[in-house]
Design a binder for this molecule. Structure first.
Ligand SMILES: Cc1cc2nc3c(=O)[nH]c(=O)nc-3n(C[C@H](O)[C@H](O)[C@H](O)COP(=O)(O)O)c2cc1C
Length: 400
């Protein structure tokens, strides 16, 4: 281990605080030193054994400005670290001797009634062209098709809505490939209406409405390179706008960025078909909660939410166990943002490999935990006592 890597750990142990590891040590760096890998080059794709390996690879390979745009988070990045670390608060209560031999057959799921091979999806993220300048998000579209998972296209993708629409496959579990289109609603509504119309025309099956970007956010790491937000203008965000949008499109509209039980309940009252729990990968507001904490708050106060609508979630998910924990709380499918952006440095094969790693981990970890049906994971598989400490409890359920 080099001194630069070792030093923070030394300081931390002297101060008796735990160091933060951006990615846990998977042995990749040690291994690469025995190969002909050089610092600024992309390690061979076959060396990517875990999702965090793609972060290591992108950090060494991409120009600093591009990596910083992907990696950045809000302010002191306390939420970014919490998104990655919070999972260890919840331990598994594995049930032994339960027959898990068919668990792999239970991986397939539905989202809004569409069929997918696994409860994971590619979250909407801008500027896929940083990872692969030529093919950009085409790789996400094709990998989602070949692996039969959902891809949610971003308004500020490097490729246009039409270019991505043209890259859709006709040969997926749903027949023609199903995608959802993410949008922002800025003061200039013509941009929103135009994006929705174009998404409809190219066959998107739902609109993901990002509601957690009311203004620019504080992102020091990216500000150094002048690449802070994709959406830096002040956004128009009220439930009235949801009503206006509903008058303009027959597509289902999914609010992305729900972080409290109150907003989840209001969304359901408004008739949304699904909600999307997220703190935007901790890129918007520091000290915003992780998806595990949000899902637990909803599970604790209004568990019916999970049966009334499909609940999607993302932010800080890096392992099969992270996915299983969210599913055990009632989440239907789990997204990842940065991991796929980093994997895109390898093009299509990299994105496919990231999906495959997650699928394998989900299946293995479910079996290890004694889960025999991934679609029906009992919450009793989790010990959530540590989340109870500090959870928000609604004083008068029904009043929010
Ligand atoms: C580089 C980057 C760009 C993003 N762009 C958008 C965007 O345009 N719209 C949006 O709703 N979310 C955007 N997000 C947030 C993701 O949809 C997702 O919520 C987040 O990446 C999940 O956290 P994770 O990166 O830890 O997996 C972006 C995230 C990243 C990392």
């Amino acid at each position: 281990m080099r001194l630069a890597t070792y030093f923070p750990a030394l300081v931390a142990s002297a101060l008796a605080v735990e160091p933060f590891w951006n990615e846990p040590d998977t042995g990749l760096e040690t291994f690469l030193r025995s190969t002909n890998w050089t610092e600024n080059s992309l390690p061979a794709l076959k060396e990517m054994r875990a999702i965090p390996d793609f972060d290591f690879a992108a950090r060494h390979f991409l120009e600093d400005q591009k990596y910083s745009f992907y990696r950045t988070a809000a302010a002191g990045e306390w939420s970014y670290r919490n998104n990655l670390e919070v999972w260890s608060k919840v331990k598994f209560r594995m049930r032994m001797l339960s027959d898990v031999t068919k668990v792999n057959e239970t991986m397939a799921t539905t989202i809004l009634g569409y069929n997918f091979s696994a409860p994971i999806f590619i979250a909407p993220a801008a500027r896929g062209g940083y990872g692969d300048p030529e093919r950009a998000e085409i790789n996400f579209m094709e990998a989602a098709a070949s692996e039969n998972i959902l891809y949610t296209t971003a308004l500020y993708a490097s490729k246009t809505i039409e270019e991505l629409g043209a890259a859709k496959s006709n040969n997926t579990l749903n027949g023609p490939q199903v995608t959802f289109q993410q949008i922002y609603t800025n003061a200039n509504f013509s941009v929103t209406w135009d994006a929705i119309a174009r998404a409809e025309k190219t066959g998107a099956k739902a609109i993901i409405w990002t509601i957690d970007a009311p203004a620019g956010s504080t992102r020091h790491r990216a500000a150094r390179y002048d690449t802070t937000n994709s959406n830096s203008v002040t956004s128009a965000l009220t439930w009235d706008i949801y009503d206006q949008m509903k008058n303009r499109t027959s597509l289902p509209i999914i609010p992305k960025g729900i972080t409290t039980v109150e907003d989840a309940l209001i969304a359901i009252e408004k008739g949304v078909p699904a909600i999307y729990i997220s703190n935007h990968g901790a890129r918007q507001l520091d000290h915003s909660p992780s998806p595990l904490e949000i899902a637990y708050e909803i599970h604790r106060n209004a568990p019916d939410v999970f049966s009334k609508v499909d609940v999607l979630a993302d932010s800080g998910v890096r392992y099969g166990t992270d996915v299983l924990k969210l599913l055990a709380l009632g989440v239907k499918a789990v997204g990842m943002g940065r991991p796929f952006m980093y994997a895109n440095c390898y093009g299509l094969a990299g994105v496919e490999k990231a999906i495959q790693i997650m699928k394998t981990e989900i299946s293995h970890d479910a079996a290890q935990a004694g889960i025999h049906d991934i679609q029906k994971i009992p919450s009793s598989v989790l010990n959530m006592r540590a989340l109870e400490d500090g959870v928000f409890i609604m004083e008068k359920p029904g009043q929010y």
